[in-house]
Ligand binder design. Structure first.
Ligand SMILES: NC(=O)c1ccc[n+]([C@@H]2O[C@H](COP(=O)([O-])OP(=O)(O)OC[C@H]3O[C@@H](n4cnc5c(N)ncnc54)[C@H](OP(=O)(O)O)[C@@H]3O)[C@@H](O)[C@H]2O)c1
Length: 357
């Protein structure tokens, strides 16, 4: 039985919390809440369960560390406040607590992350003899597990395309996703973060370089392309309202190039409504989203992954899967040697233990 603290209950965290409460091999011992209206509330209430757990949310990180949990599941928004998030993570790691999570997407994969991020985290892991593992559905599954599954079916690969094609209409994250992608902005307004040179290659270049390294090939360059689509009518969605002339879809990719050709591409087609950018590709069979890998080779392989739920919308189902990528690794990460753990360090069957009860 692993004693676990859930850190934050946002889009991803609420599903991690629900999973921890439900699993017989994990025991919830604490919950962190940053929002004042969540502090003092029972964990069950914060993830939509009816039976109280007796564990109430706190914003006191020292009190959570003092509980001495085996592991913290860290799903707080981190990319908008990296300095504070590194400080929180290093405190827990240096105290000897293992951490799994979805935050700090630059750590997927950790070997490609910049020194400003790796350095302090590795130092804290050494101090506390602890380990940190970060993964999700994208970045994460689509650029590692799904790619490796497709490649395992070919004798020779010519190119790899990884795609996320999603309708984000119901994704409740304007603060980071909405603003950084520039949804709602007109062509004349200041360019959002995602459009700035080097931002895409920082976010998704890591998985591209990681695949190249695992394949044992040299890339000549890793480049980015990005294309906005502007609405011709008002679009209402959870994230924001897009007025006519505002951006309502975006297509972008990071490409690993060899001999002038993109051989490893990670592409996103993100719409706020199915009516946006109708010339661009859609998920197959009328589905609202897909994580797809296409390997051109001997033979050609195409894997289309669809997550769904009878109640939740497709982006929320993706958040459940992102939570799963972290929670399912808890037991392994608690046994792993100190340091930053990559997906490739974890035998696949280690992450299915405890799922069926
Ligand atoms: N790789 C993937 O596939 C994938 C997919 C989705 C998300 N992510 C990553 O996972 C993380 C969580 O995403 P999300 O959509 O769940 O985010 P979110 O709902 O926007 O925010 C998560 C939580 O961050 C907490 N928070 C905000 N400011 C904080 C602060 N100053 N100190 C401590 N906590 C703070 C809030 O906690 P309270 O609720 O306690 O107030 C909030 O609920 C992000 O870093 C995101 O990039 C990765």
């Amino acid at each position: 039985m692993r004693e676990v603290v859930q850190f934050s209950t946002g889009n991803v965290g609420q599903h991690a919390l629900k999973a921890i409460i439900g699993r017989p091999d994990l025991e919830l011992v604490g919950v962190h809440a940053a929002s004042p209206n969540k502090v003092g509330r029972d964990a069950a209430e914060l993830c939509g369960l009816s039976e109280p757990t007796g564990i109430v949310a706190t914003d006191d990180i020292d009190a959570l560390i003092a509980l001495g949990p085996d592991c913290v599941v860290y799903t707080a928004q981190a990319e908008t406040r990296p300095v504070e998030a590194i400080e929180q993570l290093t405190r827990m790691l240096a105290a000897g607590i293992d951490v799994v999570g979805s935050s700090m997407v630059w750590l997927v994969p950790p070997g490609q992350a910049d020194e400003w991020l790796r350095g302090p985290l590795e130092k804290a892991c050494r101090e506390g003899n602890s380990s940190l593992y970060v993964n999700g559905i994208d970045p994460g599954y689509s650029g590692d597990t799904e790619v490796y599954s497709a490649l395992s079916l070919v004798t020779r690969a010519e190119s790899i395309i990884v795609q996320e094609i999603f309708d984000y209409a119901n994704y409740d994250d304007f603060e980071f996703t909405g603003k950084s992608m520039g949804f709602g902005l007109t062509a004349d307004e200041e360019k959002p973060m995602l459009f700035l040179p080097g931002v895409l290659t920082t976010m998704w270049g890591g998985p591209v370089r990681n695949i190249a390294e695992r394949l044992g090939i040299e890339l000549d360059e890793v480049r980015q392309r990005i294309e906005p689509w502007y609405a011709d009518k008002t679009i209402e969605c959870t994230m924001c309202t897009v007025e006519p002339g505002g951006m309502a879809a975006v297509r972008f990719a990071v490409e690993g190039v060899r001999d002038g050709e993109p051989v490893i591409s990670m592409e996103h087609i993100t719409r706020l409504t199915a009516d946006a950018a109708t010339d661009w590709e859609y998920p197959p069979d009328g589905k609202p989203g897909v994580h797809r890998v296409v390997v051109e080779g001997d033979p050609r392989v195409e894997l289309n992954t669809h997550v769904s739920d009878p109640v939740l919308d497709v982006t929320a189902a993706g958040c459940v899967s992102t939570a799963a990528r972290a929670v399912n690794a808890i037991d392994f990460v608690c046994r792993a040697p100190a340091g930053l753990i990559a997906l490739e360090d974890i035998p696949p069957t280690e992450m299915i233990r405890g799922l069926m009860w």
